[in-house]
Design a protein around this ligand. Structure first.
Ligand code: SIN
Length: 308
């Protein structure tokens, strides 16, 4: 029998940001307000258990915070009294954290990331509604695994992507569409809801619990006029894995490809993803390097965990 407790873990972001002027939606400092104070401002949420795991602008997210967050998630998920978790997070790397947690937790209970595009001091902040919706999602029948909730939509860890730098509905799931919508505290699931648990989550929490050095994995982009200079420099610097944000269906500029072959000869793992906003690389016979069906930033997380 699973309990009803919802635990809210704070990591910072614009949802916890403050600006000097209420009308200022871009000139603010992220990660200023504690998670307990954020909840205190939302009717109905003040009694929830909170924990401040970090207080950062998510552009600065790193493996140390990911590790701390994953371990706290694992701790709370193990508590039979806990029904689900909500994580407040910056929008900028939310999709990477979602994929990381999906991969390492293999969570069956809901772990719901939420965020805001406007600071807590805005004239019309989006954070309070997103928080309410995230808690409603964590409590919703059928909710499971790592989810992201923003602007009334529920997205899965695999598909969710930040697609806009300013507007309030900044996230989508591309061709897949959202998993559901939050309407007045109720989640209405779309027909594709089961894809939230795509069966690929492998609990890797043991791997990261004792990690001391994370493998260096970088993303390089193939583009018109690309060269191999960045790759050669990264190899000299000891990179262990490279994700290529390829053109189209996994194609790579010949100069970059030559450098990647040199990198591979030096023992570096190479994985292809596409720089196209939607779709994925379709592998074909004779491909030199494996194709990931994830976006470049999520393929980087996957390769890093694989190399651990
Ligand atoms: C951040 O990602 O922490 C800042 C930007 C945002 O949350 O919208």
């Amino acid at each position: 029998m699973i309990g009803q407790k919802i635990v809210v873990l704070g990591t910072g972001g614009t949802i916890a940001g403050t600006a000097a002027r209420a009308g200022d939606n871009i000139g603010y400092t992220a990660a200023q307000v504690g998670v307990e104070q954020l909840l205190a401002g939302v009717p109905g949420l003040s009694g929830l258990v909170t924990e401040q795991v970090a207080q950062i602008d998510s552009k600065d997210m790193d493996c140390a915070v990911w590790r701390a967050l994953a371990l706290r998630c694992a701790h709370h998920l193990d508590d039979p009294g806990v029904r689900g978790l909500v994580i407040t997070h910056g929008t900028d790397t939310l999709e990477e954290t979602a994929w990381f947690l999906h991969a390492v937790l293999g969570a069956r209970k809901p772990v719901v990331l939420t965020c805001a595009m406007r600071p807590a001091t805005a004239l019309a902040p989006d954070g309070p509604q997103n928080l309410l919706d995230a808690v409603a999602t964590a409590q919703a029948p059928g909710a499971a695994g790592v989810l992201a909730v923003a602007a009334g939509e529920v997205h899965g860890a695999r598909q969710v992507q930040k697609v806009h730098p300013y507007r309030v509905n900044a996230f989508n799931s591309g061709e897949a569409g959202p998993l559901g919508w939050v309407e007045e505290g109720q989640v209405r699931w779309a027909q594709n809801q089961p894809s939230a648990l795509d069966g690929q989550a492998q609990s890797a929490i043991e791997k990261i619990a004792n990690v001391t050095a994370w493998p260096a994995v970088e993303i390089v982009t193939s583009h018109a006029g690309a060269s191999g200079r960045v790759v050669d420099a990264l190899v000299r610097d000891g990179v262990r894995g490279l994700v290529v944000a390829c053109t189209g269906n996994g194609t790579i500029h010949h100069a970059l490809e030559a450098a990647l072959l040199r990198a591979q000869d030096a023992g570096v793992r190479v994985v292809r993803s596409t720089r196209c906003a939607e779709g994925r690389v379709l592998p074909k016979p004779g491909d030199r390097w494996p194709a990931s069906d994830l976006s470049p930033v999520k393929a980087r997380v996957a390769l890093m965990l694989d190399l651990l």
